[in-house]
Design a protein around this ligand. Structure first.
Ligand SMILES: [Zn+2]
Length: 408
């Protein structure tokens, strides 16, 4: 029998309580230190409710008291901050030439940041899973040694990942239909903490939102520049995943039907024009990228392009301007669709951003229907190459902030 939803149902007490605990936690994440009265005034919850919620959060060791303040109008008040010292959130990334691990405490402080070289382009999925599991075990063991409980672990990779953590396609890694989440759960002996798998750019945009200094903007795009170009999109405050989790394939926007071949088998996709391969072909025509076996070998070329750009080399500056125009063309399509407040250039784009942004902005403004590019700003990401792993850990913190609190 088909039943119809009869409309909003009254939330039960436990739901309201969990929601309010998360409201207090989020308020403290942004505003701490603050008092119970500050929280009540800012959230609209009454003081007795806030006191009860704070007691609960202190028992869960998510919040702690840091002493009285007298530096304020009115009575001295006990100030509160996020605690979270008994907890850790872990993010891992597997990419073509490295594995990274980042652990954060509840307040977002880094507990570890590891990077290992890795031959992702030639390793089999089984070898990659074994290496990822070994890295995860070491990170979890280090947290256990510090008497921290792991609240969750998220793995990022450059590919299409569905809601069950199955990698449908990761061209740079040579993966097709790899059930990464299930394999990792098995390799880690079915851990008690939640384990998720996500597209790397989707994780990087969560890190950019939390740590990138753009404030609390709910409309943000992170572009991961590499051999390909991935996009993580936060639209109206939510990560845009799409029906099956495959949203954000910015690199395959069709820009020029007569353009160069793309790794996806089509021609003239944005990443065939503005990805690292295209930039190196234009900037360093003698570099011979056609014969380069792995995108990991691009690093020295980026360093060389950066050096020559700083020295004012005309050929390199022209190549960067062309790359910036292609990027701006792609960004204008996203701007016309979802009107982001900010587009952060990550990956190899970050170091080259001063030479990419002026032409990208001109192209964005010229192609946007809304005046001035709809107000979309293009900036260099503040994050380094650990962005996706940091975002993996941030995804765990986001789940806590949304109400998935650890039990006392
Ligand atoms: Zn393509």
């Amino acid at each position: 029998m088909i039943t119809r939803d009869s409309g909003p149902q009254p939330a039960d007490f436990a739901d309201v309580r969990a929601t309010n605990l998360a409201v207090v936690l989020r308020h403290l994440r942004i505003n701490a230190p603050c008092s119970r009265a500050d929280i009540a005034a800012a959230t609209g919850l009454n003081k007795a409710t806030v006191s009860s919620l704070v007691t609960d959060l202190i028992e869960r060791r998510l919040v702690r008291e840091v002493g009285m303040t007298t530096n304020r109008i009115g009575r001295p008040a006990m100030m509160l901050v996020l605690d979270g010292s008994p907890y850790a959130a872990i993010g891992l990334e597997v990419n073509v030439d490295y594995l990274t691990a980042v652990a954060l405490d509840l307040a977002g402080e880094r507990l570890l940041s590891w990077r290992r070289s890795f031959t992702g382009a030639s390793a089999s999925p089984g070898q990659a899973i074994a290496s990822l599991a070994a890295l995860a075990k070491r990170a979890v063991a280090k947290m256990a040694h510090e008497e921290r409980r792991v609240l969750g672990l998220t793995v990022g990779l450059p590919g299409l990942v569905d809601a069950d953590g199955v990698v449908e396609l990761a061209p740079a890694l040579g993966w097709h239909e790899v059930d990464l989440r299930k394999s990792l759960l098995s390799a880690l002996n079915e851990p008690a903490y939640p384990l998720l798998v996500e597209n790397d750019a989707n994780l990087a945009v969560l890190a950019e939102q939390r740590f990138g200094g753009q404030g609390s903007t709910g409309n943000l795009v992170y572009l991961a520049g590499g051999a390909g170009i991935g996009a993580g999109i936060i639209c109206d405050g939510r990560l845009l995943r799409g029906g099956r989790g495959f949203a954000g394939e910015f690199g395959h926007l069709p820009i020029d039907p007569s353009g160069p071949p793309c790794a996806c088998g089509r021609r003239g996709c944005l990443e065939s024009l503005a990805g690292l391969g295209g930039l190196i072909r234009r900037a360093l025509p003698d570099a011979g990228t056609e014969t380069t076996a792995s995108p990991s070998e691009f690093g020295p070329h980026v360093d060389e392009i950066h050096r020559l750009a700083r020295a004012g080399d005309a050929q390199v500056l022209a190549a960067l301007a062309t790359t910036g125009r292609h990027l701006g063309h792609g960004i204008s399509i996203v701007a016309n669709l979802i009107n982001p407040e900010c587009v952060a250039l990550g990956g190899y784009f970050t170091v080259l951003a001063p030479w990419l942004i002026p032409d990208a902005e001109r192209e964005l403004v010229a192609r946007s229907v809304a005046g001035h590019g709809g107000g979309t700003r293009i900036i260099a990401s503040a994050l380094d190459s650990s962005a996706a792993a940091a975002g993996g850990a941030a995804a765990v913190l986001d789940a806590i902030d949304a109400g998935a609190l650890p039990t006392p």
